[in-house]
Design a protein around this ligand. Structure first.
Ligand SMILES: [Fe+2]
Length: 443
């Protein structure tokens, strides 16, 4: 496999510095577009106040880069328990003695200044596993970008007028209407996961062979228009399509459509970052739970792809037999390949990003919407927790479902063909959609 781009200490430091700077620019945009009252408010019991995320970003950066990597003393040891995500569930975070907004900004900036000094001298080659390939810096840049996605979810849940704006995404490619509905992925082994991607997290490792039987997968994510046919066919009133726990959710919360949708007169509207607008039929469906995705698939006579099927469709190149970093190849994502990085505040229409297609022609696997898979979040054979058990290992089991591919809200630094996200099957405030699959007839 071709080595990941940018090796050598100067290139590794440059890559780490620019990833950290990009993350901070995004954090600042998300935390300076509302006033201090909104920063300390809890906009939903599902989310932390934005000011908690801000200081937590700084605290994690201090823990890993100033203390673990550089061996420095704690700057503010009393902050550690306040910003420990495992100690306090989100619902109770507003009652903690949080740093006020100005102090939170100043603390995160103070840590960052010291980190950039550390990075200049850090032995990013030969400095042990935490530093190899500047991993710890990459892990912290990814952590900040993941919180930037979380903060964007908070913005979506926040009431009141729009605070964020962004240009519209590109439209569908001219050939979109001519694409086949599904493609056949031939059965056989492929390489799942990675052992070479320098900033891959522990749960993506190691690379290992995985045997997958032949299957068909949708060329495009399921659109709002397609999902609306399920809604209007009485999908939310028919227990045949639902897992028992999903049906329980439908009944208990009187669900009739994806989160943020409402019917007014004869039209379906949705709320998106403070703006109410007609549901666009050609956009990938967004804000559906795993149960809703699985119910739609059952209604359509199909199923969700397994995680291995999704990754094979996204990475396996039938011509070379090798797994690529991304569907389009090994090059890092550009705005031509995928809708990532909060450049746009919505998914692009289905059929966009022709240059991001896989060798078999599957589109929008990366970016736009996270895609629910059928699979539970489990370790790969040979998994080793690194650098701490709480990153992944404590979440393995049958209670959480894997999502793949990243959304418009994810930065490229935290999105790869191997990247694994996970969440509870009831979650729908996240930027989640899906595509469907089916078994291929044995030949
Ligand atoms: Fe965190």
């Amino acid at each position: 496999m071709r080595p990941a781009p940018g090796s050598g200490p100067a290139a590794l430091r440059e890559r780490a510095a620019s990833a950290l700077l990009a993350a901070r620019a995004r954090t600042r945009a998300l935390t300076t577009c509302v006033d201090e009252r909104e920063l300390v408010a809890q906009h939903s019991p599902l989310m932390s106040p934005l000011v908690w995320d801000l200081a937590h970003i700084g605290n994690q950066e201090e823990l890993w880069l100033l203390r673990a990597v550089a061996g420095q003393e704690a700057l503010r040891p009393e902050l550690d328990p306040v910003y420990d995500a495992f100690e306090h569930p989100r619902a109770e975070r507003p009652s903690l003695p949080l740093l006020p907004p100005r102090e939170a900004h100043a603390y995160a900036a103070d840590v960052r200044g010291r980190v950039l000094d550390v990075l200049e001298r850090a032995p990013v080659e030969g400095g042990g596993p935490l530093l190899a390939g500047s991993f710890a810096f990459g892990m912290i840049a990814q952590h900040e970008q993941q919180h930037d996605e979380t903060m964007l979810i908070t913005h979506q849940l926040r009431a009141g007028p729009a605070a964020l704006t962004a240009p519209e995404p590109p439209s569908a490619a001219p050939d979109a209407a001519l694409l086949p509905a599904e493609v056949l992925v031939e059965g056989g082994p492929f390489t799942m996961g990675t052992s070479t991607e320098p900033w891959a997290l522990d749960n993506e490792r190691p690379a290992h062979p995985r045997l997958v039987a032949s299957f068909f997968i949708d060329t495009l994510p399921v659109s709002n228009g397609a999902y609306l046919r399920f809604v209007e066919d009485g999908g939310y009133a028919d227990p045949r399509w639902w897992r028992p726990e999903g049906w329980e959710q439908v009944r208990r919360h009187s669900l009739v459509a994806p989160l943020f949708w409402r019917r007014e007169g004869g039209a379906w509207l949705r709320r998106r970052f403070g703006v109410t607008e007609p549901v666009p039929p050609d956009e990938p469906v967004l804000h559906v739970s795993w149960y809703e995705a699985a119910a739609y698939a059952a209604w359509a006579g199909r199923r969700l792809p397994t995680e291995a099927e999704w990754e094979k469709a996204a990475r396996h190149d039938p011509a070379s037999g090798r797994s690529r970093r991304y569907p389009w190849g090994d090059d890092d994502p550009t705005p031509e390949h995928a809708n990532l990085g909060q450049r746009h505040l919505r998914p692009a229409p289905v059929g966009a990003y022709a240059r991001g297609a896989s060798p078999l022609g599957v589109r929008q696997l990366i970016g736009d919407v996270w895609e629910w898979t059928a699979s539970d979040f489990l370790p790969y054979p040979g998994f080793r927790a690194f650098p701490y058990r709480e990153y992944s290992e404590v979440f393995f089991g049958d209670g959480l479902k894997v999502l793949r591919g990243g959304s418009f809200a994810v930065d490229p630094v935290a999105c790869r063909g191997t990247f694994r996200n996970w969440d509870l099957p009831v979650r729908r405030q996240i930027f989640s959609g899906f595509r469907t699959a089916r078994d291929a007839e044995p030949v």
